[in-house]
Design a protein around this ligand. Structure first.
Ligand code: ADP
Length: 273
């Protein structure tokens, strides 16, 4: 049965003693699972009507936007934008549910890591440009091969890069680099923004957790991006983490197992752009 072990240490008459409590957490696990299933079911049920609302609003705005009074047009645009946000949130909830339950299939292939990173950077050039943030990649060795699902890899990079850009100062830069860490390769995404407050460190990867409360938040987002990234990295047998000091920026990293040379494909892969 699932259990939790709590050990405490004390000194009695100069001798160190340890006591341990083993707790059966079957009920807690069952309740967590039921809660997750409930959220997934509700999210799924919400998606269909929401798609219809979004479609109808898009149609009205696209076909009749020009005929509508200015105030009505403005309100419809707000409704449409929020419909998109809600759709994004629901898709994220469903995604994490599938990831954590193991229902998602990963298509693993041998890939040249530097090429994958270059593609991720290309995809985020426009986004970073809007925030006037430069994306820099120091493409120096190591240049390992990894065994990953390309789409999921880009999802992780997308979460890390978009966070780094969002929390960077205007005119700032985000540095992406690769390093070797004991039989693994580590991808770093470093920004020079406001950093992560210390009291939030332990909750960064929790679902729906955001450092700013909703009324002071400047950036959009669902608080699910990093929990999705964590689930994907762990599915690849890797680890994800970060270093951060308030006002000195944040450096997120994730490790992936290296593909050993003898297991690499004979035909060389697409060259790095
Ligand atoms: P969100 O959708 O809010 O970006 P994430 O799961 O990606 O959700 O991130 C959770 C929270 O962690 C963010 O809301 C933000 O408070 C904090 N965070 C993540 N990345 C950074 C970063 N690079 N700099 C500062 N804070 C960050």
């Amino acid at each position: 049965f699932p259990m939790e072990l709590a050990v405490s240490e004390m000194t009695v008459e100069g001798r160190r003693m340890f006591t341990g409590v083993v707790r059966d957490i079957t009920d807690r696990k069952r309740m967590e699972r039921q809660k997750d299933e409930f959220i997934a079911t509700v999210s799924h049920e919400l998606r269909t009507p929401l798609t219809a609302i979004g479609g109808a609003l898009g149609l009205v705005l696209g076909k009749h936007g020009g005929e509508l009074p200015k105030t009505v047009l403005k309100m419809l645009k707000v409704a449409h934008r929020n419909c998109d946000r809600l759709t994004l949130l629901i898709n994220d909830i469903l995604e994490i549910e599938k990831l954590e339950s193991g229902a998602l299939k990963f298509e693993l292939e041998d890939q040249d890591l530097a090429t994958l990173i270059q593609r991720s950077l290309e995809d985020h050039k426009e986004f970073a440009g809007k925030y006037q943030v430069e994306l820099r990649f120091s493409n120096s060795p190591p240049r390992p091969w990894v065994h990953v699902d390309e789409r999921r890899f880009h999802q992780v990079m997308s979460n890390l890069i978009s966070n780094a850009v969002k929390y960077s100062p205007r005119g700032g830069a985000v540095d992406i680099a690769v390093s070797d860490v004991a039989n693994r390769v580590r991808v770093h995404v470093k920004d020079y923004g406001k950093g992560i407050p210390e009291d939030f460190h332990s909750r960064v990867f929790e679902r729906f957790s955001q450092a700013d409360s909703s009324d002071t938040r400047e950036q959009g987002g669902t608080g699910l991006g990093l929990s999705i990234a964590k689930a994907i990295v762990e599915h690849h047998g890797g680890e994800i983490g970060f270093f951060s000091k308030t006002n000195e920026g944040a450096e997120f990293y994730f490790d992936l197992p290296i593909r050993s040379p003898e297991k690499r494909p004979k035909v060389s892969a697409r060259p790095c752009a």
